[in-house]
Design a protein around this ligand. Structure first.
Ligand SMILES: [Zn+2]
Length: 418
């Protein structure tokens, strides 16, 4: 519906058909005006010890702005005590100080025997309202056992935070030293995700807690969750998936270039990809898991020496809109705002932040990217439009494909109306 969006002091103040006097205007006639994308899952400046992911908060958020993103959620380093939680929060806040878009942090737990109630109450003091756990990565001390997860679900009664989980069954993962990138699906089989997701859904069902599954990769997993847990699916057991699992399959891993398509959970079979596409209605949110590395970083022969992750924050909307059309918009905007407690974001509506982007529909293939790596796995993908302008709180961050920059705010520290 053609409407004019009126903005004042960073907020949307009116949506009208009429033309009123304004200090400045932008004519978006013939294009789509869409709420700014909220990416619930990125990793900028992720320190893996031997490698640090190549996009920092500036280059990552700049690339994001070229993709219509206006808010992103990143993660604190894994911590195992209230003290280390405070330390990583201070460190990550500083690292994010040059982000050009609004952002928020999830806390991340590693293996711990600390008092979990103290930990969760420290989260509350710091206004962190989401916490990620891993059911795998026992080899790097990040795995939380079932008992820890059950305790955390119980603690949601004391402080209603969202529990995020990276879900793969640790015991079903094999890290053979001889494996190369071609063995990634064998190393982390689809069944390790499906079985663990079903077990955690059972736990959520029993404890009446709430859990958000990050990066669902397998069509089989979502089918089984639907069969067995339709009552809680996307009500108390939320499911996020990522553009890479809809776009590529294990076929990509078969040649030498496959090393540039390595991440965890890994790509699945063509059949699983098709099943995932067919079940898009049961996926609540889309995140990218953007974690960018250069080609040389991926050139270790042994899988265990290779950093896992790909960029995608800039391409997510193009890719998903080309496949699913307008039905994908809510899964990348208002659904994310609801789950991630961003009450003034995710919609073009009076009283909301003026976060939006202008999308020109046109058939093209992706031919550029703005993140800091020397390759992007989405190059040459056919899409159906491009982002012309991105506006955050009423200011153009990117206008007519020119980056203007901006200063993003840390949303954990915003007043309670945010
Ligand atoms: Zn991730």
């Amino acid at each position: 519906m053609p409407l004019n969006v009126y903005i004042s002091d960073g907020r949307i103040v009116a949506l009208k058909k009429t033309i009123e006097a304004c200090d400045s205007t932008y004519d978006a006639e013939g294009n789509l005006v869409i709420p700014g994308i909220i990416d619930p899952h990125v990793h900028f400046s992720l320190d893996l010890g031997r490698y640090v992911s190549r996009d920092d908060f500036h280059t990552g958020s700049k690339a994001a702005a070229f993709g219509g993103v206006t808010t992103f959620l990143d993660f604190l380093d894994p911590s195992d005590s209230p003290r280390s939680l405070r330390e990583t929060y201070d460190k990550r806040k500083k690292e994010a100080s040059d982000a050009c878009l609004d952002h928020k942090f999830h806390a991340t737990l590693k293996s711990t025997d600390c008092d979990l109630k103290d930990y969760v109450m420290t989260m509350r003091d710091l206004k962190l309202d989401s916490l990620k756990v891993f059911t795998t990565y026992s080899e790097s001390g990040r795995m939380s056992d079932r008992e820890t997860i059950e305790t955390l679900l119980g603690l949601q009664n004391h402080y209603p935070f969202l529990l995020l989980a990276h879900i793969e069954n640790d015991a079903m993962i094999t890290l053979d030293e001889t494996y190369t990138h071609q063995d990634l699906p064998r190393s982390r089989p689809s069944e390790s995700e499906t079985s663990e997701a079903l077990a955690l859904a059972e736990l959520v069902n029993r404890t009446h807690g709430e859990l958000y599954m990050v990066h669902l990769s397998s069509g089989h997993t979502i089918e089984r969750l639907k069969e067995r847990f339709s009552g809680i699916l996307n009500r108390r057991f939320h499911v996020e998936s990522c553009p890479q699992y809809f776009t590529f399959s294990t076929k990509m891993l078969k040649n030498d270039q496959g090393r540039y398509f390595t991440f965890a959970p890994p790509l699945r079979s063509e059949k699983e990809r098709t099943t995932l596409i067919g079940n898009i209605d049961s996926i609540g949110t889309i995140g990218t898991d953007h974690c960018a590395f250069n080609k040389a970083d991926k050139h270790n022969e042994r899988l265990i020496d290779m950093p896992l992750g790909i960029p995608g924050v800039e391409q997510a909307f193009d890719i998903m809109y080309a496949r699913f059309g307008p039905s994908i918009i809510d899964k990348m905007t208002r659904n994310v705002a609801q789950k991630m407690r961003l009450p003034k974001k995710g919609r073009i509506k009076e009283g909301y932040d003026a976060d939006l982007f202008i999308y020109e529909e046109t058939d093209r293939t992706i031919d550029t990217f703005h993140n800091a790596t020397d390759y992007n796995p989405y190059l040459n993908q056919p899409v159906k439009g491009h982002v012309k302008c991105t506006m955050s709180r009423g200011r153009f961050i990117m206008k007519d494909r020119t980056f203007l920059g901006g200063k993003g705010r840390l949303l954990n520290e915003e007043k309670s109306d945010h």
